[in-house]
Design a protein around this ligand. Structure first.
Ligand code: MF3
Ligand code: CO
Ligand code: CO
Length: 278
């Protein structure tokens, strides 16, 4: 039996304990603001993601915009992580650490940001093309975005979490792509990683029932090859075992009476590449 609990911002912050929180209108307001800031940061990065830029330079832009807005990057100091975003290039599945490495023409890169604004977490990521992508990289990125949006199409009251997972898996596998199993979406709100776990492959009609007020991310990682990942020695960077290209998009959403509200939609319409900003 799934347990649910109604919470409001005035409540003590409940830890992650398997109980799914149902947030009130004040929660939606908080998430709207945090989600919008997160999306604005990703919008602002678009013209900077070009050959020759280092991922550290991108990280500095994320840090600056986050603190200028009165927010804090959730990843900074999170379990020993020391950067304001994750930058996952080519065969990196997720949690790539910004550094001195320069982006080069033809790379695809995911940038994942999570500002905490007034206590609320806005968690979102998009893919960017560095210069001109290969045909197979572009197709992977297109299909991965479609996977996210098809999953979100299932995010409505009465459906179950497995309906989201199944929509993602079905679309990815119809293109013979691999759906990563080792990382999942998550509840969020005043916590960064809360219940439930949102897996990206599964059976329709299974898992917790979706109810208005649930907040969670959907963030499928899709590989051209096998789903298997391995962790590099830095303890963070996850790469595809077969070195195939990987892509990911992430939105933070709230379940409403008749569907879902996407908190992290791009104000500039830059939800997926190419962004044509330069
Ligand atoms: N933003 C990531 C997510 O979608 C989490 C990154 S945690 C970090 O859940 F420490 F690696 F940054
Ligand atoms: Co997330
Ligand atoms: Co994220």
């Amino acid at each position: 039996m799934t347990e649910y609990i109604h919470v409001s911002p005035e409540d003590r912050i409940e830890p992650k304990n398997g109980v799914i929180k149902l947030h009130d209108e004040a929660g939606f307001e908080g998430m709207r603001k945090a989600g919008r800031l997160a999306a604005e940061i990703l919008d602002a990065l678009a013209p900077h993601v070009v050959p020759g830029v280092t991922t550290d330079e991108l990280d500095k832009i994320v840090y600056g915009m986050t603190v200028d807005a009165g927010a804090v990057p959730a990843t900074l100091g999170y379990r020993g992580y020391t950067k304001s975003c994750c930058t996952s290039i080519n065969h990196v599945v997720c949690h790539g650490i910004p550094g001195e490495k320069k982006l080069k023409d033809g790379d695809i890169v995911n940038i994942d940001v999570t500002p905490i604004l007034d206590g609320w977490h806005g968690d979102t990521s998009r893919m960017y093309f560095v210069g001109k992508p290969s045909v197979k990289a572009k197709k992977l990125v297109d299909i991965t975005y479609e996977c996210l949006m098809l999953g979100l199409g299932q995010a409505k009251p009465g459906n179950r979490l497995g309906d989201i997972s199944n929509a993602i898996q079905t679309h990815a596998e119809s293109h013979r792509y691999g759906v990563v199993r080792d990382f999942c979406g998550h509840g969020l709100g005043r916590l960064f990683h809360d219940s439930p776990e949102v897996v990206h492959a599964g059976k329709a009609g299974t898992g917790p029932e979706l109810k208005p007020g649930m907040f969670f991310t959907v963030e499928p990682m899709i590989n051209i090859g096998r789903p298997d990942v391995k962790l590099l020695d830095d303890g963070w960077t996850a790469v595809t075992r077969d070195r195939s290209l990987s892509a990911q998009f992430e939105h933070s959403i709230g379940i409403t009476e008749d569907g879902c509200e996407i908190f992290t939609k791009s104000p500039k319409g830059l939800d997926h590449p190419p962004y044509d900003v330069d």
